[in-house]
Design a protein around this ligand. Structure first.
Ligand code: HPA
Length: 272
């Protein structure tokens, strides 16, 4: 079956289970579950029931689609994403974004936990992503291009929607919520970076680093969706003394910052 036919099959399975066609998609990062509670829930579908969906394997990821409302928007939320380091190929990692597009999603919100490479950052900061650097070893659009899904050579000069970034900053200012803005570098992982890699990433224009987001954003832009993405800075690799990081610490820091991130994203969705 072609990728296009697989997407259609999965989308029509989902359409049979939901009341309202979603217009807004959300991908939740590690430890950032709080946004689920801001949805007036209508339907949940575990990934294990969805044809063509891979299964999520990482601790801290539930593995289900949640449908419902935030304000007047119909949202589809992915609780648990597929990471390249888990062994999925890029087509699998980004498949849910294709399905969102086929269901009618026009705007995609992406969140993640990331390491701060910018030395002015603190643990728990929120960083609005205004651009990315793609250092993944495989590209999600490599191979045959189906024009029904998007153009062969997508423009990436404004991947992160400027209007949504401005709205996010306006809402943050109203609340006296400090937000950072910067560039996210996407790497395959699963090792966290060495001190030299952190330094190198910062010198080369990255403010935060993580193992997700970039593939999904590329595919969303291929499908001409608007994108807003935000990082919670869960650890820093920029001190003079090398610091050790564990997945547990990343999850705890993400959990602590999740409520302010969730409330910011929910308000953007209500007001956009
Ligand atoms: N690198 C460093 N720190 C992190 C990452 C990463 O990929 N993800 C979350 N914290």
């Amino acid at each position: 079956m072609s990728l296009f036919d697989k997407i259609q099959a999965t989308a029509s399975f989902i359409k049979g289970k939901i009341k309202n066609q979603p217009d807004t998609g959300i991908i939740l990062g590690s430890g950032l579950g709080g946004l689920i509670d801001m949805i007036e829930k209508e339907t949940e579908i575990p990934y294990s029931e969805i044809p063509n969906f891979p299964l999520s394997t990482v601790q801290g990821h539930d593995g289900k689609l949640v449908f419902g409302k935030i304000g007047s928007r119909n949202v589809i939320l992915m609780a648990g994403r597929f990471h390249y380091y888990e062994g999925y190929n890029m087509q699998e990692v980004t498949f849910p974004v294709r399905v969102m597009k086929a269901l009618g999603v026009e705007t995609l919100f992406v969140s993640n936990a990331s390491g701060g490479t910018n030395p002015t950052f603190k643990i728990g900061d929120l960083m609005i992503i205004n651009d990315h650097i793609n250092l993944f070893p495989e590209h999600p659009l490599r191979g045959h291009n189906d024009e029904r899904l998007g153009t062969r050579f997508p423009d990436m000069s404004a991947a992160y929607d400027k209007g949504l970034i401005a709205l996010a900053k306006e809402i943050a200012a109203e609340r006296n919520l400090e937000v950072r803005e910067g560039v996210y570098t996407g790497l395959q992982g699963p090792t966290f970076e060495t001190p030299s890699e952190y330094r190198w990433l910062y010198r080369n224009g990255g403010d935060a680093v993580g193992m997700s987001t970039v593939p999904e954003v590329i595919v969303a832009r291929h499908g001409d969706m608007k994108v807003f993405a935000i990082s919670v800075i869960t650890d820093l690799g920029v001190t003079e003394v090398p610091v050790t990081i564990t997945h547990q610490e990343v999850l705890e820091a993400a959990n602590a910052a999740a409520p302010k991130m969730a409330s910011l994203v929910a308000t953007i969705i209500e007001r956009m």
